[in-house]
Design a protein around this ligand. Structure first.
Ligand SMILES: Cc1cc2nc3c(=O)[nH]c(=O)nc-3n(C[C@H](O)[C@H](O)[C@H](O)COP(=O)(O)O)c2cc1C
Length: 310
């Protein structure tokens, strides 16, 4: 399609081919009342100084408020927050009645249960056609480790929930492991033979994936939030399915085991070859910011690429 005959509807659909997350941008009006709208035009901009951007339609009822606001917050919705996305995209009377929110450290509304939030001072507003680009200077942020809600071609998608639902129906019990990371280090726990391994728990066929977090917490003494799948393999000798998730580890010292930096993993201490290869792959892929999923047995299989922005 050439520039002479650009059909706005077709162009919008073509923009929709780009897979994004979903955010709710919030601020406060002159009377201190919270306002907010759903936006998927969020982009990280700069680490130093820390900046992000979001594009606001000039037709938005919140346009004037955001043109004079001192700042705004960006809430990155998590997978089970589709309803919040819909509420903040529709002309609902009191959108904030539908969410559990509080003021962020810099003063703009941040939501509970989100994947992450950023509380920002207004850095710059750039006029751009029928939108204005709002550049925020990040004053505070929080990253919960929850997987974000996805959006593509006008529909939502929920990558980790979908995986978990599929795997919840696997026949028989499962051994579920976690590569639990905190600040570039992963948790390794003692195995039965004096070596090290990943934390693994047993999930009975009748149990839902909801049991994972409390079981991992009991095992490690730390909060642990599982994200996307990293490996599925069958230990053909033991006849058992293994599923390993990437996970984010909470604060504190672990009850069992130790955190090891990804660059200095004690690979010789990991006796189980499948676990050793997996941990090695995790360290390599983490450096590239591009994780794949392994399918196979404990000896051979294939890694399928999953592209992810770091
Ligand atoms: C997934 C999704 C993404 C959206 N992204 C944007 C966006 O980036 N910028 C924008 O101005 N509106 C966006 N919208 C539309 C607004 O959320 C919608 O027009 C809303 O009603 C605006 O509310 P307001 O007029 O109260 O500001 C999006 C809607 C959805 C469902």
């Amino acid at each position: 399609m050439t520039t002479q005959m650009l059909d706005p509807r077709a162009l919008r659909d073509a923009f929709g081919a780009f897979l994004t997350g979903v955010t709710v941008v919030t601020t406060k009006d002159a009377e201190g009342k919270p306002i907010g709208f759903t936006a998927n035009s969020f982009t990280s901009v700069s680490l130093d100084p820390p900046l992000l951007l979001v594009c606001l339609a000039k037709t938005s009822r919140n346009f004037q408020t955001l043109m004079s606001a001192q700042g705004f917050a960006v809430n990155i919705l998590s997978e089970n927050q589709k309803d919040i996305s819909n509420t903040f995209a529709r002309p609902v009377e009191d959108r904030f009645a539908a969410v559990d929110w509080r003021e962020g450290p810099f003063g703009f509304p941040v939501f509970s249960g989100v994947a992450a939030w950023f509380d920002c001072a207004m850095h710059e507003r750039i006029d751009a056609g029928d939108h204005v680009i709002l550049i925020g200077s990040i004053q505070a942020f929080e990253n919960s480790g929850r997987t974000g809600l996805g959006y593509a071609r006008g529909g939502y998608f929920t990558p980790a929930l979908t995986e978990k639902n599929l795997l919840a129906n696997v026949e028989g019990s499962l051994s579920v492991g976690a590569i639990a990371e905190r600040a570039g280090a992963i948790l390794l726990v003692p195995d039965a033979d004096g070596g090290l391994t990943l934390p693994f728990i047993d999930k009975a066929e009748s149990e839902s994936m909801e049991v994972l977090a409390p079981l991992f917490e009991a095992e490690t003494g730390l909060s642990i939030r599982t994200g996307l799948l990293f490996s599925i393999y069958e230990d053909t000798k033991a006849g058992r399915q293994h599923i390993v998730y990437r996970a984010l580890l909470g604060e504190g010292a672990p009850k069992a085991g130790q955190l090891f930096p990804l660059q200095q993993l004690p690979l010789e201490m990991i006796r189980d070859a499948a676990v050793r290869d997996m941990v090695k792959r995790y360290a390599q892929e983490s450096a590239l910011g591009n994780f794949g999923i392994y399918f196979g047995n404990q000896e051979k299989g294939r890694v399928h690429a999953v592209v992810q922005k770091g």
